[in-house]
Design a protein around this ligand. Structure first.
Ligand code: GUN
Length: 283
């Protein structure tokens, strides 16, 4: 069997068109949804990510501000910037790009962002809202994965979902979102004794480890849905995910490619969250 691709670029295009339409409706009421992106230091990967985020805002008719600071910026000064953005009515979403320099406590900065503007969904109030099923912002990458499952009309009720990875940004929120849709969820991680025994039981597998070939064809039940959150480089320097795509696509029912899968969905859901923040502020 050859799996069907879930095309993150195509789905993103569709969702971003909806974002642009909703942004236009808000603008007609005199509100332009605004995102502030804060970058501290000169991490090359972060520079690319923030540029893509700002460009995506512009393309969808959202206002965006990019604030760049030297790596020497103090924690106190960064906290003061976050507070100013919390109080800026033109800004509906605040994203502080991670990682931050070592002398800054990232969690402290995240907790300083107003939960109403926490479009990354990293604040403990957002995490708590997700856990309890209350309204709040969902972290963009797992949220994008849920949209991908929705796009293929996948009913998670009673299905077994295996999440590989337990980060606060992807693995843990992913598991909670799948649970909220009535899946039976297993979280696997680096200390899991027999990963293959778990994944072979899975109807849905989300690989979010950050390591190549974590999931190979022999570990996948025929017809399973495989979502690949990984972003790695292979020996030729080409972008690849956590999944052995060539092998797994012969076994899975659906699979997301890298690049062009979950990656574009992460930015798309950031736009959705920013729009949502602006809509909530407009009520
Ligand atoms: N660094 C890598 N991914 C992300 C993200 O989604 N949000 C933030 N703030 N920083 C990141």
């Amino acid at each position: 069997m050859t799996a069907q691709l879930i095309d993150g670029n195509q789905l993103s295009k569709q969702l971003r068109t909806e974002v642009a339409t909703r942004a236009q409706a808000l603008k007609a009421k005199g509100i332009t949804p605004g995102l502030a992106v804060v970058l501290v230091g000169d991490n090359p990967a972060s520079q690319v990510y923030v540029r893509n985020k700002v460009k995506a805002c512009e393309d969808s008719g959202l206002h965006s501000v990019l604030e760049k600071y030297e790596a020497t910026l103090s924690e106190i000064d960064l906290l003061a910037r976050v507070e100013a953005l919390n109080n800026d009515p033109a800004i509906h979403g605040i994203l502080v790009q991670l990682p931050l320099p070592d002398h800054i406590d990232a969690q402290k900065v995240i907790e300083a962002i107003s939960p109403a503007k926490d479009v990354d969904g990293f604040h403990i109030a957002s995490a708590g809202a997700l856990m309890t099923g209350m309204p709040g912002f969902w972290p963009c990458t797992p949220y994008g994965c849920m949209k991908m499952l929705e796009s293929i009309g996948y009913d998670l009720k009673g299905k077994h979902a295996v999440v590989i990875g337990r980060s606060n940004i992807v693995g843990k929120p992913m598991a909670l979102m799948l649970l909220q849709k009535d899946a039976t969820v297993t979280i696997c991680h680096s200390r899991t004794l027999d990963l293959k025994a778990q994944t072979l039981q899975a109807d849905v597998i989300v690989a979010a480890v950050g390591k190549r070939d974590v999931l190979t064809a022999d570990m996948v039940k025929p017809g399973a849905v495989v979502l690949d959150v990984g972003m790695n480089r292979n020996d030729e320097g080409k972008l690849c995910g956590d999944v052995d795509f060539a092998g797994v696509k012969e076994v899975a029912g659906y699979i997301t490619p890298v690049p062009g899968g979950v990656g574009p969905m992460t930015i798309t859901m950031l736009l959705v969250n920013t729009l949502e923040a602006a809509e909530r502020a407009a009520i």
